[in-house]
Each structure stands twice: as C-alpha cells, then as structure tokens.
Design a protein around this ligand. Structure first.
Ligand SMILES: Cc1cc2nc3c(=O)[nH]c(=O)nc-3n(C[C@H](O)[C@H](O)[C@H](O)COP(=O)(O)O)c2cc1C
Ligand code: SF4
Length: 420
C-alpha cells in the first residue's frame, strides 16, 4: 500500500495556482459534470466514495446532503466550516492556502445540490491573511463565470461570502458557529432542531468542513467507486492528517484509511526527533485521548480507533517523545479547555476550573490522594453531563492518562493511589 496519496491534495505540488491554471489543470470540470448529470449523480458518487464528514463527527456526507436537499424552504444556506480551532490541526489551513479554488468548487456543488443561493466560509480570525486570499479567489472565480447569476447558463445563482470568526474554539461547533454569525455570543444551541433543519436565520443550513468540501470535486473527478477502493470496508478513501510534535517530518499528509500509526509516524514522519523513544500520541487534537506507544500498530480508521477508545477527529496526530511529562501535557491541554469553555453549562464551566486547579497542585507536588480521586470523578461528570462536544471530549486526555499512565500520576501523591 502506498503510504501517501494525492487525490484531494492533487494540486498541492502546483504551488499557488491562479484560477486560469486551476481551470487548465481540470478545475471546475467536476462542477460542469454536476450540471450535466444532475443532483442524483452527486449523491450516488458520494455514496460510492464512502466520504464521511472530516470535521470530526464522521457523518456520511451523501446522507447529510440527501436529507438536506429534500427540505423545502424559501431560503437555504451552506457554510464551509474553516474555524479549525483544534490544537495540533492545520490541514484546513493548508487547503485554504494551496487550493482555495477547489474549496470554492466544492462549495458551489454543495450549494447546487442543497438548493442554496448563498454560501459562507467561516474562517477563523487567526487566518486573517487567508480571509483576504479567499476573497480574492472568490472574485476571480466570479470573473470566470462560475459564481454569480445564471452560472454557465444553468439558471443557477450562487454567491459566496467570507465570514470572520472571532477566535473561539467552541464556534467550530456548527450551532455555536451559526449563533455567532447571527451576532450573538458563540454558544451551542439545544438540538433538535438541528442546523440542517433550522440553522442560519432559522433556515435549513448545510455545514461542512473545509476538507469535506475540497474532497467533493476531487472525488467526482476521480470517480466515487475508485476513491472508495482506498481505505477499509467501513472507512473508505483517504484522510488528511496534521502530523506534528516530536516527529522528524511534521506536515499535512493524505493517507489511505487503514494505514497503521506506526507507518504514519516512522515511514511518513521519519520517526521521532533525535531518534528518541516514542511515549504517546494524541489523536484528533486536544480533545482526543492519549495512545501509548504499545498501541501504535492500530490501524488508522474510524472503527479500529473507536474500538480502542480513540478517534480520528480532526486528523491531528501529536507525537510526544519519552521526555514529555504526562502531568505537564495534561495541564497544558486542560488550561486550553478552561480558557475555551463558553460557560453555558455547569459540568464544563466548573469542572474545568476545578481540574485546572487540581492539575496545578499535582504539577507543583502539592496534590493528595483525594485530588486524584476528584480528577477522575470530575472528568467523568464532564464527559457524561456536559451540554456540548467541547465539555464531553475535554477530559479525554485525562481519562486515557488514568488508564495508560497511572503510575506517573500516582507517583505525585503519598498514600494508596486510587488508580491502582
Ligand atoms: C467543540 C467543537 C468544535 C468543533 N470545531 C470544528 C472545526 O473547527 N471545524 C469543523 O469543520 N468542524 C468542527 N466541529 C464539528 C462541527 O460541529 C460539524 O460537525 C462539522 O463542521 C460538520 O462538517 P462535516 O460533516 O463536513 O464534518 C466541532 C465540533 C465541536 C463539538
Ligand atoms: S460543554 Fe457547556 S460550557 Fe462547555 S463549551 Fe459546551 S456548552 Fe459551553
């Protein structure tokens, strides 16, 4: 099996393509094929491809689009989610930098299938330079007749606007994102109704991740069935990963699902910096669990990872060598979530405050056995009782550390450790 693939990333080698070059290389051919073959063709190709949303939840894209397109409404919207707030994740930034036209093509196709005339791309504030670049790309695409009124004489009108996030991690969650676009504080909504039914301005709204949308024209050009041959039976195709931390060759790579983590770290990533020992990986960003080195022969796909308590999530793979302290790592992760909690629900708001305090005591050598007991209790309460995915996943690193690195935590207290 080839370690990396170039389907979604096929234009990465042609750095900084302008719109004319993109078209000359086959750009917008997928859109033309959609206008020619119709919406059913898109749904069936996406179904064959097995594409699942790349924003973290992994919901089948064809299903989301199929349900959405059949919802009648006077107005509908599509949103490309470029909030990319998960620490350790940078693959959407790479797509925005290298292939804005491919993302735009994916957005036009999604707008056409969903029945929207207006689409937004919600780009995180920290990517301010990419907001400028994306606005220029939109202008160029419009000049070439793929955006605006009556696109390619099909009668389809479509406009794209750039919306700037304001730097909150929770705004990557689709209902908080819509709340913030409507001018309110970015806090998640109670669901149902889901955003697909009642989203931006109360209208049906289709939210997809940058990678998902960039994958659509690439898959239509490559062929859904052919794309679906990569990967495993249930996790079909390829995934962009953000490989970083103590690895020799950090970067964004497109890998087929089913590759092992060992192959990712040692063959693609070149191994651990300064040839040190691997200690653990954090999968799926700061909200992901810590995988100890003895599990790195696990296959990288939705099912194999979930079976062992891990997740693909955003595609981040943070590599930590033997010199990293679990306590310091947990503290850094928890401080991030303490800062990012929106404050709406008690388990997350208060849980994070308490976890941060206790982890500080642990890192300063002032913790007690009761502190360790409380860490586990609070982490479990947050996991099961928080209102949204942020609070539910924030304690993943802690709970996995209790499972795999208990001795390091136990060594910080006097007395009988509750984790043994
Ligand atoms: C706390 C939180 C943060 C999220 N951040 C992002 C993000 O930065 N980008 C993203 O695409 N999805 C993010 N999501 C997932 C979105 O809610 C949503 O599922 C996704 O954008 C749907 O697109 P997809 O079907 O293409 O994956 C986040 C979810 C949660 C709970
Ligand atoms: S879990 Fe609760 S406090 Fe935390 S971000 Fe979600 S809604 Fe806000």
């Amino acid at each position: 099996m080839n370690r990396t693939q170039s389907i979604i990333t096929k234009y990465f080698k042609n750095s900084d393509l302008n719109v004319g070059e993109y078209i000359a290389l086959g750009g917008f051919e997928a859109l033309k094929s959609v206008f020619k073959n119709g919406k059913d063709y898109v749904i069936s190709e996406l179904k064959e491809s097995g594409l699942r949303g790349r924003g973290g939840a992994g919901y089948p894209t064809w299903k989301k689009w199929d349900i959405g397109r059949n919802r009648a409404a006077d107005e509908k919207y599509i949103i490309c989610n470029a909030d990319e707030g998960e620490p350790g994740t940078f693959k959407d930034r790479e797509l925005l930098e290298k292939v804005p036209y491919q993302i735009i093509e994916g957005m036009i196709i999604s707008g056409y299938v969903f029945g929207a005339k207006l689409g937004f791309i919600y780009i995180r504030e920290e990517y301010a330079h990419l907001q400028i670049k994306f606005n220029e790309a939109i202008k160029m695409v419009k000049e070439h007749g793929f955006l605006g009124q009556n696109i390619l004489d099909t009668g389809f009108d479509f406009t794209i606007k750039v919306f700037s996030g304001a730097g909150a991690y929770v705004c990557g969650e689709n209902s908080s994102l819509v709340e913030s676009m409507e001018g309110r504080a970015g806090r998640p909504r109670l669901k149902p109704p889901r955003i697909g039914e009642k989203g931006y301005l109360g209208k049906p709204t289709l939210v997809n991740n940058v990678e998902t949308l960039a994958a659509v024209p690439a898959i239509l050009s490559y062929g859904g069935k052919e794309y679906g041959r990569f990967g495993t039976e249930k996790s079909k195709g390829t995934k962009l990963i953000s490989l970083c931390g103590n690895v020799k060759n950090p970067g964004t790579y497109e890998v087929p699902f089913g590759i092992t983590l060992r192959e990712i770290i040692y063959d693609i990533g070149g191994g651990i910096e300064e040839d040190k020992e691997l200690k653990f990986l954090q999968l799926g960003g700061a909200s992901g669990a810590l995988m100890p080195k003895q599990l790195i022969d696990t296959k990288y796909d939705y099912e194999d990872l979930a079976g062992k308590g891990f997740q693909v999530g955003s595609g981040a793979i943070v590599v930590a060598d033997e010199t990293n302290s679990i306590i310091d790592f947990l503290k850094t992760v928890q401080d991030f979530f303490f800062h990012e909690s929106c404050g709406k629900c008690t388990p997350c708001r208060e849980g994070k405050r308490q976890l941060s305090k206790i982890l500080t005591r642990i890192s300063e050598g002032n913790a007690t056995v009761d502190d360790l007991k409380n860490v586990e209790k609070i982490a479990k309460t947050m996991k099961y009782a928080s209102f949204c995915g942020l609070g539910q996943t924030a304690p993943s690193a802690i709970l996995s550390a209790i499972k795999y690195f208990s001795s390091e935590l136990c060594n910080t207290v006097e007395g009988i450790c509750p984790y043994y």
